[in-house]
Design a protein around this ligand. Structure first.
Ligand code: UDP
Length: 406
C-alpha cells in the first residue's frame, strides 16, 4: 500500500462549498477520497491554488492536508484557459514546497485536465508515477453541448490527449467513461481503470419527509427537485419545460432548484431560466434556493418526491447517487455515468433524447402513483448501497499499487 500521495486540484479547492462556481462533484470526490485514505493510514496532501494568493498548509484531519500554492495573480479570478499559463509555475512551486517540507510522494493523482497537466510536469521533473481522473472530458462535452454553449478549447483537448498518453493510470468513474476515453481519445485500455465515486451514507440516508419539509420551509404537495451547479450542460432548461407540463396537470406541484451559477455562462443561464419560469407563470411554484450545504441538500432529497437530472453529459452524477441513498427516485438523462448511477426501472427512470414530454411523463408516473414511488424509493436505497467511499478507496489503492508497485 502506498504511504503518501499528492492529489492535485489546481483550479478548485476540496474545501470550497460545492454547488456553484468552480466547485461541484469533483471537490466532494477529492475531499471524501482524501479523508477516507487518511483514515486508512495513507497520508494525502491536496494541492490547490489559493483564492487570495496566500500560501497555507491546512491540516483538515490527521493525514489529510490542503496546501495552497500561489501562482500568477493573487486572486482566483483567472479564466480556466488562462490558468493553463500558470501550470508550469504551479508545478515548480510544488516541487520547491516538497523539498522544503522534506516530503516525498509515492504517487500523484491529478483531478481535471489542468491538474493532469501539472501532474505530467511533476512526473517529468521528479519521476513520480501519475494517476489522472478527468471528471469531465472536453471531447465528450463537445459532442453533447447545447448550441449556445461554447466549445471546449483546443488547448484543453490537446492537454487531455497528452496527459492520457503519459499517465500510468487513467481513472474513469464508470465503464461508460472508460468507453468514452477509448472512443474519443484512443486511450490505451491497459492503462484505463474504473473506480466509481462513493456516497457519504452518514449524511445521505432516508428520513422523515415531513420533518425535512419543515426544516426547509416547504409546503405540502408534489415536489420535483433539481440539485447541482447551473450551467447549460446541466440541462435545467429542459427540466423546467418538463416541470411546466407536470404543473399543468398537478396544480399543487412545486419545483425546488438547489445550486448556483457555474462557469462563464452560469449567471446568464440562471437569468434565462428565471425568465422561462416567469413566462410560464410558475414563479410562485418554482423556487431557486441557491447553494446549500450537504446537510441541507440531504434534507432536500428527503423532502422531495423525485429528483430530475436532465444533464447533456455527466461523467457520473453524484447527485443521483446521493438522492437514491436518501430513498429518492431519480428521473435522469440516459447519458454517460447516469446510466450507471441510476438503475433504470428499479431506482428511477432513464430518458433517451431531449423531449421535455418524456421527462414529464416519467415524473408524473412517479408523482401520481404512490405505490410505484414507494417501489422505486426502496430500489433507490438498495442501489445506492453499492456506492461508498470505502469501496472507492479500496479500488483506488489497487490501482495505485498497479502503477507504483507498492
Ligand atoms: N451540491 C451542494 N450544494 C448545492 C448543490 C450541489 O453541496 O447547493 C453538491 C451535491 O450534493 C453533489 C455535488 O455538489 O455532491 C454535485 O456533484 P455532481 O457529480 O452531481 O455534479 P458536478 O458538479 O460534478 O457536475
Amino acid at each position: 500500500m502506498i504511504r503518501r500521495g499528492a492529489y492535485v486540484s489546481i483550479h478548485t479547492s476540496p474545501l470550497a462549498q460545492p454547488g456553484a462556481g468552480d466547485a461541484g462533484g469533483m471537490n466532494v470526490y477529492v475531499d471524501q477520497l482524501a479523508r477516507t485514505m487518511a483514515g486508512r493510514g495513507v497520508d494525502v496532501d491536496v494541492y490547490t491554488r489559493p483564492g487570495d494568493g496566500v500560501h497555507r498548509v491546512v491540516e483538515v484531519m490527521p493525514g489529510y492536508r490542503v496546501i495552497t500554492i500561489p501562482s500568477g495573480p493573487g486572486t482566483r479570478a483567472v479564466a480556466e484557459d488562462d490558468l493553463a499559463d500558470l501550470v508550469g509555475e504551479f508545478a515548480e512551486r510544488m516541487v520547491k514546497f516538497m523539498a522544503a517540507d522534506d516530503v516525498v510522494y509515492d504517487l500523484v493523482h491529478s483531478h481535471y485536465w489542468l491538474s493532469g497537466w501539472v501532474g505530467a510536469l511533476l512526473q517529468e521533473m521528479t519521476g513520480v508515477p501519475l494517476a489522472i481522473s478527468f471528471h469531465t472530458l472536453g471531447r465528450v462535452k463537445e459532442a453533447t453541448r447545447r448550441v449556445d454553449d461554447p466549445p471546449p478549447s483546443l488547448l484543453r483537448i490537446a492537454a487531455e490527449v497528452e496527459v492520457i498518453a503519459r499517465a500510468g493510470c487513467v481513472v474513469a468513474s464508470t465503464p461508460a467513461e472508460a468507453g468514452e476515453l477509448i472512443e474519443h481519445y484512443a486511450a490505451d485500455p491497459e492503462r484505463l481503470c474504473v473506480s466509481p465515486p462513493g456516497v457519504n451514507h452518514d449524511i445521505f440516508f432516508p428520513g422523515s419527509k415531513s420533518a425535512a419539509r419543515e426544516s426547509l420551509g416547504i409546503a405540502q404537495g408534489p415536489l420535483v427537485l433539481y440539485v447541482g451547479r447551473i450551467q447549460p450542460l446541466k440541462g435545467l432548461d429542459l427540466g423546467i419545460e418538463a416541470f411546466a407540463e407536470v404543473a399543468g396537470s398537478l396544480p399543487s406541484a412545486q419545483m425546488l432548484i438547489v445550486g448556483g451559477p457555474s462557469g462563464d455562462l452560469g449567471e446568464a443561464e440562471v437569468a434565462m431560466l428565471r425568465s422561462m419560469v416567469a413566462e410560464a407563470g410558475l414563479s410562485d411554484r418554482v423556487t431557486f434556493a441557491g447553494t446549500l450545504p450537504h446537510s441541507s441538500v440531504a434534507d432536500a432529497y428527503r423532502a422531495a418526491d423525485v429528483l430530475i437530472v436532465p444533464s447533456r453529459s455527466e461523467s457520473f452524477g453524484m447527485v443521483a447517487a446521493e438522492a437514491q441513498s436518501c430513498g429518492l427516485p431519480v428521473v435522469a438523462a440516459r447519458v454517460g455515468g447516469l446510466a450507471y448511477a441510476v438503475d433504470d426501472g428499479i431506482s428511477g427512470t432513464l430518458i433517451s433524447g431531449w423531449d421535455p414530454g418524456d421527462y414529464a411523463k416519467a415524473l408524473l408516473g412517479i408523482l401520481n402513483d404512490p405505490l410505484e414511488a414507494g417501489r422505486l424509493s426502496a430500489g433507490a436505497v438498495a442501489h445506492a448501497e453499492r456506492f461508498s467511499w470505502q469501496q472507492t478507496a479500496n479500488r483506488m489503492l489497487e490501482l495505485y499499487q498497479g502503477i507504483t508497485g507498492t
